[in-house]
Write a protein that binds this ligand. Structure first.
Ligand code: NAP
Length: 288
């Protein structure tokens, strides 16, 4: 068997096309969704991520603002900025790019974002809403995985899913989303003994580890769906996932490549959340 390749580039493009239509309808009502990104310090990777977010906003016709603050900014100043953005009528989504410098308390900063504008889905109230099954923003990467599964008509209900990784940004919300979609979910991590034994039970394996090629053919049951969230930079500068793509594609029924897989979905979902936030915050004008 050779797996179907789940083309994140194409699925993200289709999602962005759908969003363009919604953005045009909002424009007719005088509403332009706006995203504010707060960037602290000079981390080169963060600068690249923020540029990509700006580019995506420009491509879709969203308003975007990048607020760059120096590495030594006081926490109070950062929180003051977030309060201004919470109050701004032009801004519907606020994202604080991580990592933040060590003198800043991440929780205080994320907790200061208005839940209505928490398009990253990291505010504790958003996390709670996800767990109790209420409406709210969901972190973009796991939301992107669910979108890919849906577009590929991979029904999750009743399936056994194994998530490898338990981070707050990927593993845990991923597991919560799969539970919400009625999968039977197991979460593995660095203390899980006999990982391959557990993952071989799965109909759907989701790797969010950060270790190149940790998931090999021995981890995958024939016919399983394999989603690779990992993004690892190799010594030659190229990117690789957590899954040994060449080996696993011979066994899986469907697989995401790296690059060109889940990574493509993350920014598209951020755009989707920003449009959603604009619709929610403008409900009175839309008539909703
Ligand atoms: P993270 O916070 O470092 O979490 C990694 C998880 O993997 C942890 O739960 C860890 O277990 C587990 N783990 C580490 N070694 C393991 C092993 N040998 N066996 C089983 N589990 C193991 O990373 P993250 O932020 O979740 O990101 C994971 C990967 O996804 C990274 O490659 C990151 O670059 C990528 N990522 C991609 C996107 C995207 O847009 N595509 C977005 C976010 C992240 P413990 O909890 O026990 O330490």
């Amino acid at each position: 068997m050779t797996a179907t390749i789940m083309d994140g580039k194409l699925i993200a493009k289709q999602l962005k096309e759908r969003l363009k239509g919604e953005i045009q309808s909002l424009a007719a009502l005088g509403i332009k969704p706006g995203l504010a990104v707060v960037l602290v310090g000079e981390d080169p990777a963060s600068h690249v991520y923020v540029r990509n977010k700006e580019k995506a906003c420009a491509e879709l016709g969203l308003h975007s603002e990048v607020h760059k603050l120096p590495d030594n900014v006081e926490q109070d100043k950062l929180i003051d900025l977030i309060r201004l953005l919470n109050a701004s009528e032009e801004i519907h989504g606020i994202l604080v790019q991580k990592p933040l410098p060590s003198h800043i308390d991440d929780k205080a900063v994320i907790g200061a974002i208005s839940v209505d504008k928490d398009v990253d889905g990291f505010h504790p109230v958003s996390v709670g809403n996800l767990l109790i099954g209420d409406e709210g923003f969901v972190p973009c990467t796991p939301a992107g995985v669910m979108e890919m599964l849906s577009v590929m008509n991979i029904d999750v209900a009743g399936k056994r899913a194994v998530v490898i990784g338990r981070s707050n940004i990927v593993g845990k919300p991923m597991a919560a989303l799969l539970i919400r979609a009625h999968a039977t979910v197991t979460v593995c991590h660095s203390r899980t003994p006999n990982l391959a034994e557990v993952t071989r039970e799965a109909d759907i394996v989701i790797a969010a580890i950060g270790k190149t090629k940790l998931v090999g053919a021995e981890h995958v049951r024939p016919g399983a769906v394999v989603i690779d969230v990992g993004v690892n930079r190799l010594p030659d500068g190229t990117l690789a996932g957590d899954v040994d793509f060449d080996a696993v594609k011979e066994i899986a029924s469907a697989i995401t490549p790296v690059p060109g897989g889940v990574g493509r979905m993350t920014i598209a979902m951020l755009m989707k959340n920003t449009v959603e936030a604009a619709k929610n915050l403008s409900a009175a004008r839309i008539g909703g």
